[in-house]
Design a protein around this ligand. Structure first.
Ligand code: CTP
Length: 403
């Protein structure tokens, strides 16, 4: 999956002949799974039509502060556009627009949006070879780079003037490739291996029956997706669920019982940097699994249970420099119970969810959690989607536990 998948990409088109290539650029970005909006300078419309770009991006293309046709039209909010974007690519970027960006000359919607943008800004210059080498242009590039903007170098080749040299806008494929590589190199969990457990375990009673629980696996799968999105290589050891892991950076290992989960986790733990155990592992299993289906008889049936191994505690006992995170699902004395689990199992962090909180627990798409750290910090959160909880958890591990 591309790092651009799900990203909000704002494309800024300025008035160079290479603007005709932005139709391909929009198409590639959309194919990569990005949501694309386009802002153009008014004269860029001489080189490519807004209709082409709005059709390909499936979004309205903006080029002026208000609509030209409708005098009662709404103001096109450059601040909203600038804040919407996860990244802003300005391509083609002409010498004129680049100079305005460097000086803060906000005389059109594109430059005003640039000045409001909080996201990373990439610019792909397109100009004639002498313009490209002019000291003024070189100074502009340096100034923009000093603002943190990222130069996508122009290519060498035949230019619109007929001259041959440097100054051609990088090809759309090369622009996308450049941006993908740059984004990937900055992902916070790149080169990290993360082990996650999710879902319930099923403990067999006989060939057709088992002891299980209501865990859906959604929390663990959300953590796996979030970690993969942050560049980690993820091993997701999952009990039986109906969920699928979409990201190719997630290696899914299916297990059924606590014993199988124990095996799978221990096979991977030593090579991991972070282990997050969110599975609802059965604490007990039938001491004897009947070979044949148990027939019903008069009276009651007693099944003897024996303890399963505590996977999390076994990792806590052997961990070296890994970060180990557990979950605690409690119904009473929540904080004390969670704190005692954190200590007993030698964890760096425990995520407490209380079944008493509305919006928390099994099955749903939301969760309400409290983080408790090994130095007894207690950090409560509001009800959030499980995806947002996963983000909070990984951000906390990255920023506070310094993985
Ligand atoms: N866990 C585990 N292996 C087990 C049981 C639990 O790895 N056999 C992990 C869970 O994945 C979770 C944490 O331990 O991260 C807490 O699980 P929980 O069942 O709440 O705690 P227990 O220690 O089993 O205590 P109790 O059931 O008595 O609350």
């Amino acid at each position: 999956m591309s790092v651009l998948s799900g990203k909000k990409v704002l494309l800024g088109v300025t008035a160079g002949i290479a603007a005709y290539k932005t139709a391909f650029l929009v198409r590639i970005l959309v194919k990569k799974g990005a949501e694309v909006r386009v802002v153009m300078t008014p004269s860029a419309k001489d080189f490519v039509t807004p209709l082409t770009l709005s059709t390909l991006s499936k979004n309205e293309v903006l080029s002026t502060f208000t609509s030209e046709e409708d005098e009662n039209a709404q103001w096109n909010n450059h601040v909203e556009l600038g804040l919407w974007a996860d990244l802003f690519i300005i391509a083609p970027a002409t010498a004129n627009s680049l100079s305005k960006m460097a000086q803060g000359t906000s005389d059109n919607l594109l430059i005003a949006t640039y000045l409001s943008a909080k996201s990373p800004v990439y610019f792909a210059p397109a100009m004639d070879l002498d313009m490209y080498k002019h000291p003024s242009t070189v100074e502009t590039f340096e100034k923009l780079q000093s603002y943190g903007n990222i130069l996508i170098p122009a290519a060498h080749g035949e230019l619109a003037s007929g001259l041959v040299g440097e100054g051609r806008m990088a090809e759309p494929e090369a622009i996308v490739d450049f941006v993908e590589k740059d984004l990937a190199s900055k992902l916070p969990l790149r080169n990290k291996k993360v082990l996650i457990t999710a879902g319930p375990t099923y403990e067999a009673i006989d060939p057709v029956r088992f002891l299980g629980n209501h865990s859906s696996g959604k929390m663990g799968y959300a953590i796996a997706e979030a970690a993969a999105g942050m560049g980690a290589s993820v091993i997701l050891v999952s009990g039986p669920t109906s969920l699928h892991a979409e990201d190719p950076n997630i290696q899914l290992v299916h297990v059924r019982s606590a014993a199988e989960m124990y095996e799978a986790v221990h096979k991977e733990f030593k090579q991991c940097d972070i282990a997050i155990l969110s599975a609802a592992v059965a604490d007990y299993r039938p001491a004897i699994i009947a070979d044949q289906k148990i027939k019903k008889h008069e009276g009651t049936l007693t099944i003897q249970l024996e303890k399963t191994q505590d996977i999390l505690a076994s990792l806590g006992a052997m961990k070296k420099d890994q970060i180990l995170v557990g979950f605690a699902l409690e119904t009473e004395n929540e904080l004390e119970n969670a704190k005692s689990k954190l200590q007993k199992k030698n964890l760096d962090l425990i995520v407490l969810n209380s079944l008493n909180d509305p919006g928390a627990g099994f099955g749903g798409d939301t969760n309400k959690v409290t983080f408790i750290t090994s130095n007894n910090k207690v950090i409560p959160f509001e009800v959030k989607s499980k995806a947002a909880v996963a983000d909070d958890l990984l951000q906390y591990i990255i920023n506070e536990l310094h993985v």
